[in-house]
Write a protein that binds this ligand. Sequence first.
Ligand code: TPP
Length: 622
Amino acid sequence: MTKRLENMNLPDDIRQMDTDEMELLAVELREFLLTHVSETGGHLASNLGVVELTLALHKVFDTSNDRLIWDVGHQSYIHKILTGRRDIFNTLRQLDGISGFPKRAESIHDAFDTGHSSNSISAAHGMAVARDLKHEDHNVIAVIGDGALTGGEAYEGLNNLGDSKSRAIIILNDNGMSIRANTGGISQHLSKLRVSRKYYAFKGGLKRTVKKVPAIGSGIYYGASKMRDILKYALVDGVFFEELGFTYIGPIDGHNIEALTENLEAAKHSEKPCVIHIITQKGKGYRNAENNPGVFHGTGPFDKTTGLAIKKPGCRTFSDVFGSKMTQLAAKEPRLTAVSAAMIDGVGLHEFAERYPDRMFDAGIAEQHAVSFAAGLAASGLKPVVAIYSTFMQRAYDQISQDVCMQNLPVIFAVDRAGVVGADGATHNGIFDLSFLTHIPNMTVLAPRDGAELEQMLEYAVDIDSPVAIRYPRGAAEDIDVPCIPVSEGAQLLKQGDEINIWACGSMVKSALKASLILESEGIRCGVTDARFITPPDRKKVLEAASSSKLIITCEDNVTHGGFGSIISDIISEEYPGISVYKMGWPSKFIEHGSIPELFSRYRLDAEGMAERIREIIERKA
Ligand SMILES: Cc1ncc(C[n+]2csc(CCOP(=O)(O)OP(=O)(O)O)c2C)c(N)n1
């Protein structure tokens, strides 16, 4: 670690620094960030882009009293380093270490927990209103990216905050990028603002020149202001933020500490809500990230000299399998279209997007729009596949229910990252989708155990004429060595047992098979069935299994409450009330961050943990 960073402890120190010192500190911060993120993995490019902004924010505001909200929160690392977490920064995203997102429980400097995009303006509005009602005096600042500004909630926030006139500062961090290049009309509007610097120079010039005229100067200036308004419309092509009630400041060079500090100071004294529009470069200061901001948006450990990932060669992931199967199916099914909400690469659709650009739709961070848009496509005879991470699908519950399922429209949902996701932690875990999807009428919910089964399920979903959700986890889709029976045949018995039968779904099938082997070596024979259908459940096979069992164990990578186990348990309790059903899955809590194997082990959901729990149940029953 270098000198300035080493010697500073809290952001108060920044308030003593001049711009030159802050610029030197910015260099040290980038080096520190790069060294650590290359070891732990994490969100690099977005953080490299906000180094100067974070320094300027801490120069002008005191976050132990002022409220600073980071939209999404993936760009809060510099803030963490500067607010007392430098010495534990090496634990970032590790089990029991600090989170990769702001956490109120972690520091008084974190005003609001974030992770899902586009809510910061609404939260800032709430805080500003609370401050005024309580006659308190502090500043409220939200930092939101241009990507996050594609999310509808941001406009709900702007609409209300602008109208309320509550004092709050919205910093629009515009780097022209979401995870990949940003999409949509608003993004186009921002690009126009970026190139409208001429207008802002002219505005200042007009004021200076006209006001200089003695006596009548101000009058002419105010008359000319009207003309200025006309020019504004003519030159800026829509003064979106000002019309909503904000003072718009910008665009400002987001890497110029002096300009940032000056404008933040000005905004601090504004009586109206302000939008400060800053232009930054994603990945700034690290060539590999500047050249490939998408790749370094979120990364695993990498070699910081070459920028190459340090990854053990693994087998293909579920997202890879999904992506290639989509490309393959598109060749023979012209109605097949794909919809993503700003995650084309994450869900594995990059190849599809290249091959079929006319059939690939990126809605931006707009899950609700993505689903209703897909409903529109389906109502007009197309076969849309909406690929969204389980955690972000939560945003579109109403659209799934009302717009798709109520009309029984054939929309396919590829629910990626279903289950615990690891280092991103609580905000990103997808452990509720079975609970919020399976009770919606008309919806079929499937869970593949491996890549081969995912491929078959996708084919099955394309062939049927009603809504289907296929949920699969993050990571390797390694095939088990038992071939799949056709999906239409329902659940698949993988291993015959005696009186104990495990019904597992999705990737838990593999752990169930391993657990059964561990128990077999101790003389306990457990059957294993891959449920495949979560809804409608394979009632006949469930009851057959129950009729010859004393104990049924269900396993799922979802909370047990209202999930797969609950469905199985309901079926059995109606017909065989004497049979015990024991549910294994996540408890109803927000599961912390850590590696996926660590979390499965901590919650006894890996093969060893499952075998141990089954042993305990058998002992208790005996
Ligand atoms: C509701 C929701 N959908 C998707 C994401 C995944 N996601 C995380 S960051 C990001 C891009 C954000 O872009 P921007 O706000 O411009 O920030 P930048 O990284 O460019 O600084 C996306 C799509 C999310 N966090 N929340």
